[in-house]
Design a protein around this ligand. Sequence first.
Ligand code: FES
Length: 91
Amino acid sequence: MTGRFVRLDETDRPQLAFSIDGHPVNALEGDSLLVAMLTQTGRLRRSEFGDGARAGFCLMGACQDCWVWTETGERLRACTTPVARGLRIIT
Ligand code: FES
């Protein structure tokens, strides 16, 4: 996977493991789920309205463009949800 975001600083924070569509990936403690995902991949999800890949827009909880789901069906707003160890995201 190629990330849309490039981490430039704060690279010394502890890593934690989570998964995106079954692929094991790492984030850094303190990342939002949006940052954790977009440093690993180019999109957060496919739009349910058929208008393509989505990667969030406002990054502050207002636009609702960054919803993702867990494997158990929980819906998470990626820009306001801290990433957590063991989180299993489907896009
Ligand atoms: S990016 Fe706008 S609500 Fe998350």
